[in-house]
Design a protein around this ligand. Sequence first.
Ligand SMILES: O=C(CO)COP(=O)(O)O
Length: 247
Amino acid sequence: MVKKLIAGNWKMNGSLAANEALLAELLQGLGQPGCDVAVAVPAVYVGQVQALLQGSAIALAAQDVSAHDGGAYTGEVSAPMLRDFAVRYALVGHSERRQYHGETDALVATKAQKALAAGITPIVCVGETLAEREAGQTEAVVKRQLAAVIHAVGACVTEIVVAYEPVWAIGTGKTASPEQAQAVHAVLRAQLAAASTQAAKVPVLYGGSMNAGNAEQLLAQPDIDGGLIGGASLKAQDFLKIIAAAA
Ligand SMILES: O=C(CO)COP(=O)(O)O
């Protein structure tokens, strides 16, 4: 069985003061978690949060990573730069990046490669829009998104994390039902298994309005190995309850 991973995605939220208060409350309530825990913070706060998490059970994650190693790419942050701050995971291909920044499957695959090359675990986000779901394209969309990454990383597929985040469930309060989520997770698991005999150890997380009230049921599904949590990760007590549900 895969050790569960609960990752918070703060998105573009926080401040020096708010981050410090949130992490203090989290660390106070955390104890020895029965699962892996991470927080994905805005790039500008990576240094601050690294210092605050030193020696703790919470790993540091970035929300994105450049597809380039360095050079004339204004505004970008490279994987080696993130690694300098002990960043352990990086989200790649979050739907908000695909949607608002035009990120393609090919770009996301390159980002996953760059993360891996720097010793950072990419959390590869896939998910269909409402229109795609209603058109019966869910399976085709998530498989296409994951296939690009599998093809690019080759044998390193065992080193990635996958997050299924139906776009219609993100920030909407509309969670996929445990059965809906499990059905897609099973598809992703089969795709990973076809790529590697070791694929059973690749955690497949669910994200999209996961909260303290619905986490336990979602996490009880056989192919849901954790969560990627937006809104509820900004409230320490809610995030702690989700972590407890995964343990
Ligand atoms: O996008 C998400 C995590 O990456 C999910 O966000 P919410 O939990 O706010 O729906």
